[in-house]
Design a binder for this molecule. Sequence first.
Ligand code: SF4
Length: 325
Amino acid sequence: MGKEKKKQKKGGACGRNDSESAGLCHCGKEGVVFLPYSCKHLCQAHFIRMFDKRFRKTVRTMEMLKKGDNVAIALSGGKDSTVLLHSLAELKKDLPIELFAITIDEGIKGYRPKTMVAAKRECKRLGIKLHIYSFKKLCGKTLDELVRDSTGDLPCSQCGVLRRYALNKAAKELGATKLAIGHNLDDIAQTVIMNIMKNEPSRLARLNEPMAKRGSKSASFVPRIRPLMLTPEKEIAIYAMMKGIAIERIECPYAYTAFRQHTRRMLNETEDRYPGTKFKIVNSFLEMEDALRAKYSKGAKISECERCGEPCSKDICQFCKIVRG
Ligand code: SF4
């Protein structure tokens, strides 16, 4: 009997046993979620337990938080950051930390006002203070106006630079010791592949920098943490639904312009064919991270922008280049 036939007899391509093939959770209840990368069916209670366990394990093993941290949560009102808000609020019951949220209003008509309603509602529900900062106040223009006046920069490139700047500035002003971002497994896998496709390994070396586990060398950067970086995007949506966390599903009107969208489609296709690909990409990156950092951080220095005083690696930061020309 060929190998393939033996596999089929055992219970399918991933060698599941009879109860797993029938769609049962290991507890015997009917599975409501199937995890193709581990060939497991889970009932609702076990899925939620697995999700919470993985969240806490990521925070613990990567030493993202410690007792007494004042954590700023970058809250857009979308599913990832809203689930992050809820999971950190839950973690706070066992770990003495302070939490507050920051929402950046980029000024995207028809999009951001709606997600801000969701952000305010969830913060109120959990009793977490929300601070709103806007591009308009920070640089005198909304993203819509910057895009209108731009001579070629893609909206997401401008938005990314301005958001990073605004979040760091806000977190610093509000006394945060950590800045929690809702990036999930898919986001990190996309970023790794994009940096490879653009031949920018030095950016890859800075992806996780400054990491909380190493501590930020520069007082100008608030260390970023990504507690959902090992959680697939789909599972965040399922978790939100099961826990009754209302999320705003609207998509940014500029999203289609991004290179990231192309990479997302490509990786989703590959993941469908070869389950576990996204985990493998991120795990490979984590394995290579120290070597990349050792190679590319040599001689790299963080100085202050001549114009605004914020941290940057050149004389003028990207923010000032976009906003002030
Ligand atoms: Fe900004 Fe692009 Fe995200 Fe829209 S899709 S919020 S423009 S980064």
